[in-house]
Structure formats: C-alpha cells, structure tokens
Design a protein around this ligand. Structure first.
Ligand code: HEC
Length: 128
C-alpha cells in the first residue's frame, strides 16, 4: 500500500513537472506568436482581438483550442458581451510541442486555472 502511494505520488510529481516546463516554454512561444493580437495580459483588444481570460471559450475542451490554432477562426463571435468579427489566421506552422505549450500556458495564466494538459501527441492527432 505504501509502495502504491509512493508510486502514485511519483507519477503525479512527474506530470506536475512536465506541465510546469510546458507552461514555461509556452510563455515564450505565446510572446512570439500570439501576443501581438491577444496582448501580454491575455486581455486582447476590445472589438478587435478577443480576450483569452475567463471566457466561455477557455472552458471548452482542449481540442477546441487546438482547432482554433491549427485552422484559425473567422466570423462573428461574442466574448464577454463584446462582439468580434475579425480574422485569426491559422497558426499551423507551429510545431505540435509549441501548440501544446501555448495552450498549457494560456490555460494556466492571468487567473485561468483549467484542469487537463495539452500534449504534442494530441495536437498531432488533430492535424490532417
Ligand atoms: C493576427 C492576430 C492574431 C494572432 C497572431 C493570433 N490570434 Fe487568436 N484570434 C484573433 C482574432 C481576430 C480572433 C477572433 C476571430 C473572430 O472574430 O472570429 C481570434 C480568436 C482566438 C481564439 C478564440 C477565442 C474565442 O473566444 O472564440 C483563441 C482561443 C485564440 N484566438 C488563441 C490564439 C493563440 C493561442 C494564438 C497564438 C498561437 C493566437 N490566437 C494568435 C487574432 C489573432
């Protein structure tokens, strides 16, 4: 039983470490590839670029986030009572790891604290 508990602790410690490292890499990638539009604080620019902080979108499954990065998005959306009708170009030139890292960073920043972890494998599985 003690061994089992130790094993479990070791696994969750490893996952925790992997997530922390991913978030740290994601911060740098976000600054390079997302920040121009969504801003350093994730709040976007009202009416132009939607925020990534405490929005309905952020509550969606990780797959929805992967899809927006791989395919981009356009059309009318309402985010936190503000309307956006703009174009986000696909960011599919990013590597699977960069995309997973950016997602983990945004889901754990600026007051966002969402369960689950994006992995390069999951991103790769959604490319076609
Ligand atoms: C050139 C500007 C630009 C860049 C760069 C950009 N985005 Fe966007 N993003 C937008 C716009 C504009 C929208 C909204 C499009 C619309 O009106 O439907 C959007 C939408 C989104 C959404 C959906 C939000 C919602 O509530 O529906 C997410 C998530 C997102 N972007 C994340 C990212 C991430 C992560 C990156 C970096 C990999 C990134 N974006 C790079 C402009 C950009």
């Amino acid at each position: 039983m003690a061994l089992l508990t130790l094993g479990f602790l070791a696994v969750s410690f490893q996952q925790d470490k992997a997530l922390k490292e991913s978030i740290a890499r994601g911060k740098e990638a976000y600054a390079l590839y997302c920040q121009n539009c969504h801003m350093e604080n994730g709040k976007g620019q009202e009416g132009m670029f939607p925020p990534l902080v405490k929005t309905d979108f952020m509550q969606k499954p990780i797959e929805a986030f992967v899809s927006v990065i791989l395919k981009g998005q356009q059309g009318t959306i309402t985010v936190n009572d503000v309307e956006y009708n703009n174009v986000m170009p696909a960011q599919d030139y990013l590597t699977n790891e960069q995309i997973a890292d950016i997602i983990n960073y945004t889901r754990n920043s600026w007051g966002n604290k969402l369960k689950g972890m994006a992995t390069p494998d999951k991103v790769n599985g959604m490319r076609n």
